[in-house]
Design a protein around this ligand. Structure first.
Ligand SMILES: NC(=O)c1ccc[n+]([C@@H]2O[C@H](COP(=O)([O-])OP(=O)(O)OC[C@H]3O[C@@H](n4cnc5c(N)ncnc54)[C@H](O)[C@@H]3O)[C@@H](O)[C@H]2O)c1
Length: 336
């Protein structure tokens, strides 16, 4: 069953999340890991990779993976992603896909010349509970409004990484999750994103990583979305809302229920026709409670399908983040 040989480059906190998702994916077998940090490399032995090397090229030469997860900081991604795609290895690119939209565009060029495909690891799109809510809104005629809050109090390490050019501004590096989520929620079908036509952003900031952003986003289908994203405030809070005719979902994404309890996460509040909507979320059509971006990418590779979050799609999200960061007010063309 485990027909895909997988590898991970970058073994920080999130690289370890990917190691766990690979371990949980019946289609995948871990063949290689790489990190410049010897201690992190040694700790990954718990996942029993066949090859571990500080030099990722050596790891790729020896492990010969079919799919690789590149989970470094955004400023390190481009050359590694380029190398993987040029070798014909299917590549998962962590968010943000580079420091700038120019980085993402460069990755797209490399992918176009490669036999392999890439996925942008926008994991919120793949939460089965979010997919189930999206399906309910579509069944009621489609979204009329969405909202997202993404607040955080970045650590000193994050501020240092930003000043070293390893991460873009916090809105682009982190709130990109919820900018992308708004595009994903305000769409006319399960597998597409909404088309953004206008952005009105109010952006002000006092110092790096203490950014303040409020934006109203208009979509071609007439729906609107609101983003509120503030850094250097109380703590990490992630919330989203999706509204359709006589339907509302309020989603607390700060902490999610574990998959086995996720049919009706108590962090989601739903209302329909004026009353609380008590029915359990039906996760079966969404791939079940354990569905995630790893399962989706495996399915795409094995069945020759394009992922939902292609790099082309990620480029639109990157450009939208950059527009909000720049305080853009006016029309927004999805293609440059
Ligand atoms: N989707 C999510 O929910 C989520 C959550 C947290 C972090 N992230 C993203 O994941 C990425 C990693 O985050 P993190 O907190 O694990 O970062 P981190 O800095 O702790 O880990 C990155 C690792 O990459 C390694 N690395 C850098 N260059 C390398 C190279 N050339 N070869 C091998 N290893 C190399 C570093 O040594 C480091 O251990 C970031 O892009 C972040 O934005 C996503």
């Amino acid at each position: 069953m485990a027909s895909l040989k997988a590898a991970v480059i970058g073994l920080g906190g999130h690289g370890n999340n990917h190691l766990q998702m690979i371990a949980d994916a019946p289609e995948m077998r871990l063949v290689g890991v790489s990190d410049l940090d010897e201690q992190r490399l040694a700790a990954a032995a718990a996942f029993e990779p066949e090859v571990a090397a500080t030099d990722y090229r050596e790891m790729l030469d020896r492990a010969r993976p079919d799919v690789v997860y590149v989970v470094t900081l955004p400023g390190h991604l481009l050359p590694i992603v380029r190398e993987c795609l040029e070798r014909g290895i299917h590549t998962s690119v962590e968010k943000s896909p580079g420091n700038t939209s120019a980085d993402t565009a460069a990755m797209i060029e490399v992918e176009a010349a490669s036999t392999a495909m890439a996925i942008a690891s926008f994991n919120r799109r793949y939460f089965p509970q979010i997919l189930a809510v999206k399906r309910l809104a579509l069944a009621r005629g489609g979204p009329v409004h969405a909202a997202a809050t993404y607040n955080k109090n970045p650590s000193d390490k994050v501020v240092e990484n930003m000043s070293r050019g390893l991460m873009p501004p916090a809105l682009i590096c982190d709130s990109i999750h919820h900018v992308d989520l708004l595009r994903w929620l305000v769409s006319d079908s399960m597998e597409t994103t909404g088309v953004v036509t206008h952005v009105h952003a109010e952006t002000y900031r006092s110092s790096p990583a203490r950014e303040r952003h409020n934006a109203v986003i208009t979509f071609a289908n007439g729906a609107r979305a609101v983003l509120m994203s503030h850094f250097g405030v109380g703590t990490r809070i992630q919330r989203a809302e999706l509204h359709a005719e006589d339907f509302s979902a309020y989603m607390d994404l700060t902490r999610m229920s574990p998959p086995e309890e996720a049919h009706r996460p108590d962090t989601f509040e739903l209302f329909a026709d004026g009353d609380p909507y008590e029915a359990p979320l039906d996760l079966a059509p969404e791939g079940g409670p354990y569905f995630n971006e790893t399962r989706h990418f495996a399915d795409c590779i094995l069945n020759g399908r394009r992922p939902w979050s292609t790099l082309e799609d990620a480029l639109v999200t990157m450009r939208l983040c950059e527009a909000i960061y720049a305080g853009h007010k006016g029309s927004f063309a999805e293609a440059p």
